[in-house]
Write a protein that binds this ligand. Structure first.
Ligand code: GAF
Length: 376
């Protein structure tokens, strides 16, 4: 642990935090202008920071290789920064691209969001930089403005064509609630999620199969969805009403039909989930989660043997429902579990992984936490 003073030789101006997230339901809907329902995790990226007025950006991460990355803000351009440092650099670049007069900073990062686990460690890093810069440079930007800037940073600088869910979750979630977000116009509503009051827990199972959104599969899925919408003459798949699904599928090439079926049915699942939460029926969420997983496995095809097994074993061991969460191709599973069954479900999944010869998953109970904020 190297503190800010010992790394940068000066005192910091403050400390900021931005959380990772787990998405309850609404997967691969955000880049289709659809609905999502994420929850912020207590796990967060923290940045200790000070402003610099010489145009130099210095970056250090407790999770890095021990070195300081030094960059000139004026020279930042897509493709010029590699590895984890690309994410903070991207946000500074995107703020300048948007016309904000921002310069350098010293930034010391420490994150406990598991990386590559589908829990938005990248968005947490982007959002903590955006939030620190807002305060250091007194930028008149809302949380949603900062989320959009962070998304643009990831799209245009890092080169990952992600939607806006992860950045909005990291910026806008509040303690104790899920964020019901319409990704078309960013209309949002906090939906209280009193898990403890209903004797429930959200078990996160990190399969330790690293997922990487930059490897092309995510971009292909997004392109497929956009092609389907164009063929149907729609601005986005969000605009396809569920009642018109079957006839729309008949008009599409076979390889696009399952993608469209997933997106349209997933939007319906999000709306049903919100209705259940509004009615105080959290347990009713279980079958929706499991149906969402089947759709991601069979139609969207982004699950993998580890997430499929974790879901099946969790449900067999007493979870009310379970699904993979995040982009897929590995990452984490989310299970809704009666509180007394929490340890039993986690142990059953671990035993099943061991029997397959796989590394034991990392498990923890997620408590809905707050979005990005200044800590001190
Ligand atoms: C990743 C992306 F970054 C999000 O925008 C979203 O598309 C998600 O995968 C799938 O729902 O986390």
């Amino acid at each position: 642990m190297a503190d800010f003073q010992s790394v940068f030789g000066a005192a910091p101006a403050g400390v900021w935090a931005a959380p990772g997230r787990v998405n309850l339901i609404g997967e691969h809907t955000d880049y289709n202008d659809g609905f999502v329902l994420p929850v912020a995790l207590p796990h967060a990226a923290r940045a200790t920071a000070r402003r610099r007025d010489d145009g130099v950006l210095r970056l250090f991460s407790e999770q890095g290789d021990g070195g300081v990355t030094e960059l000139r803000v004026a020279d930042l351009a897509p493709g010029t920064v590699e590895g984890w440092a690309a994410y903070p650099a991207a946000v500074v670049w995107a703020l300048r691209e948007a016309g904000h007069q921002v310069g350098g900073a010293d930034l010391h990062f420490d994150s406990d969001v598991p990386s590559g686990a589908g829990l938005s460690s990248s968005a947490a890093l982007e959002c903590v930089v955006a939030t620190a810069y807002r305060d250091l440079y007194e930028l008149p930007l809302t949380a949603a403005d900062l989320a959009l800037t962070a998304q643009r940073a990831e799209n245009a600088f890092v080169g990952v064509p992600c939607g806006v869910m992860d950045q909005m979750a990291s910026m806008c979630c509040v303690d104790g609630s899920a964020l019901f977000l319409d990704t078309r116009d960013l209309t949002q509503r906090q939906v209280p999620l009193d898990l403890a009051g209903q004797g429930l827990r959200l078990l996160v199972i990190d399969t330790r199969v690293k997922h990487d959104l930059g490897d092309g599969a995510y971009a292909e899925l997004r392109a497929g969805c956009e092609r389907a919408a164009a063929l149907l003459g729609l601005p986005a798949l969000r605009d396809l009403p569920p009642v018109g699904l079957d006839s729309a599928l008949d008009r599409l090439p076979a390889e696009l039909r399952p993608l469209v079926r997933h997106v349209v049915t997933e939007d319906v699942r999000v709306e049903r989930a919100v209705a259940l939460l509004d009615a105080g029926d959290l347990a009713g969420l279980g079958p929706i989660l499991t149906a969402g997983h089947a759709s991601l496995r069979d139609d969207f095809r982004v699950s993998c043997p580890e997430t499929d097994l974790a879901v099946a074993v969790a449900v067999a061991a007493g979870a009310l429902g379970a699904r993979m969460t995040g982009g897929g191709f590995g990452g984490s599973v989310l299970a809704l579990v009666p509180a007394p069954a929490l340890d039993h479900v986690a142990a059953a999944v671990t035993t099943a992984f061991t029997a397959e010869g796989w590394a034991a998953p990392r498990t923890f109970a997620a408590v809905p936490a707050a979005g990005a904020r200044r800590l001190g």
